[in-house]
Design a protein around this ligand. Structure first.
Ligand code: E4P
Length: 231
């Protein structure tokens, strides 16, 4: 499962990128507005940090405008993926953008047949919003499992399932078990993936034990050993 980071905050993207586990970035109009910066400069800057798909969303009601916006966004950087809402006009725009070889991420998916529509329109990614489904007392990760199963029934469809609206590490476990191709994760939830109290206490115990070792200089010892053994 690929990990995208779900933010427009450049510091968060730089930090997570340093961890070496970020395969791409998703943004949406709310995330861009929250950071307060210029939309296109932000997207262009993100593309210099992460060498992977970067979703930038169109904001329009009609397919013609979405297609025009999408074509412009796709020119900003080769890694830009045009994010399109799952409306009649959005699917129409997706179909037209896909026909021109422009990568798309169809967003705001809340039921499996919407995902099939996006795949038929040639979407590169479908984004089911699992947290928002949980918020209204259904099962967000059940939706992921249904879409993965439906897509696998029709191998000619190559749309990838991009689990979105993730809120916590348990969502990630369920997405991975369900076979999501990608999960897009807010910075805070991504940071929590590292945490386990037994990792923390175990690491502290190893560090303390090492303080009792007579020569604890690993680099010095290894360098000397390598020189002595001609390696
Ligand atoms: C990403 O593509 C989505 O826009 C995002 O995950 C939505 O998350 P939210 O439901 O927390 O706003």
């Amino acid at each position: 499962m690929k990990f995208f980071i779900d933010t427009a905050n450049l510091d968060e993207i730089r930090t997570a990128h340093r961890w070496g586990i970020v395969d791409g970035v998703t943004t949406n109009p709310s995330l861009i507005a929250k950071e307060g910066g210029d939309f296109i400069s932000t997207i262009a800057e993100i593309c210099t940090i992460v060498d992977g798909p970067v979703s930038a969303e169109v904001v329009a009601e009609d397919a013609d405008t979405m297609v025009r916006q999408g074509k412009l966004l796709a020119r900003v950087h080769d890694n830009v993926v045009v994010k399109v809402p799952l409306t009649v006009e959005g699917i129409t725009a997706t179909s037209r953008l896909s026909a021109e070889g422009i990568k798309t991420n169809v967003t705001l998916c809340f039921q499996p047949m919407q995902a099939l529509l996006a795949a038929k329109a040639g979407a590169t990614y479908i984004s089911p919003f699992i947290g928002r489904i949980d918020d209204i007392s259904w099962g967000g990760t059940e939706l992921i499992a249904q879409i993965v199963e439906i897509y696998s029934n029709y191998p000619d469809l190559d749309t990838q399932v991009l689990a979105a609206s993730i809120r916590h590490p348990a969502h990630m476990v369920e997405c991975a078990l369900a076979g999501a191709h990608v999960a897009t994760i807010p910075f805070g939830a991504m940071r929590k993936l590292f945490n386990h109290p037994l990792t923390t206490s175990g690491n502290a115990a190893f560090t303390k034990a090492w303080e009792g070792v007579p020569d604890s200089d690993i680099e010095g010892q290894v360098t000397a050993w390598l020189a002595k053994n001609g390696r």
